[in-house]
Design a protein around this ligand. Sequence first.
Ligand code: BTN
Length: 247
Amino acid sequence: FGHTIHYHKAVASTQPLAKELAEQGAAEGTVVLAEQQLQGKGRLGRIWHSPYGKGVWMSIVLRPATPIQLAPQLTLLTAVALAEAIRSITELNVGIKWPNDILHKGKKLCGILLESAAEEQRLKYVIAGIGIDVNLGENDYENELRNKATSLRIEKGAPVDREQLIEAFMMKWERLSDLYDQQGFEPIAQLWESYTISLGQRTLITTAQEQFYAVPLKLTERGSIVVKLDDGEEREIFSAEMGEVKQ
Ligand code: BTN
């Protein structure tokens, strides 16, 4: 339905391929999809485990009118689209962990990596990288990941159709993008808050500088989160790891 999809069996990562297409003028919504990534990229320089045929490993070209400093809004929009698509296809009650992980019962199912290119203080394009652990089995996770990550198949107890999932995601994503273009971030933020598991519970927060406990109170339009420390002080956090929360 109107999107060009570039399909590959195996690539290093779908991100640089999508970037290259964007540089060549590819339209908004152009998708790069791979069965396997040999060097899948996660946030914070991590590796994203992307075994053959078992996940959705894709990058989408976005050409938003969003001001640069509000680019995190696009990550939150993508997380909402993913949460809605997964809920509708699998009926799993997944939640969003700030800023953009999708979890089920405390384990991570998907990650989002947004990379942007700017030109004269404007976003030239954004590449939204999406990794969904769809049909990985227990044996696809090494020890360290096993406690932290899971797949839709493991959680649901049955395989999940990747094509249906991608189609549902693209439809949700388009609907939310239209809503965002017409009404701004507010309705997206409301949806995000309705799906998040990150607000209201005291949790350990690790930033690049320090570690402390705080209660996350609300999302801001900058995509940051306002937290309340034990001494009552409120602080705005732009980038951090959040500890485990009950779901
Ligand atoms: C995270 O660390 O949570 C983000 C993971 C993003 C993984 C996806 S898979 C498709 C795209 N290509 C990559 O190399 N990474 C992203």
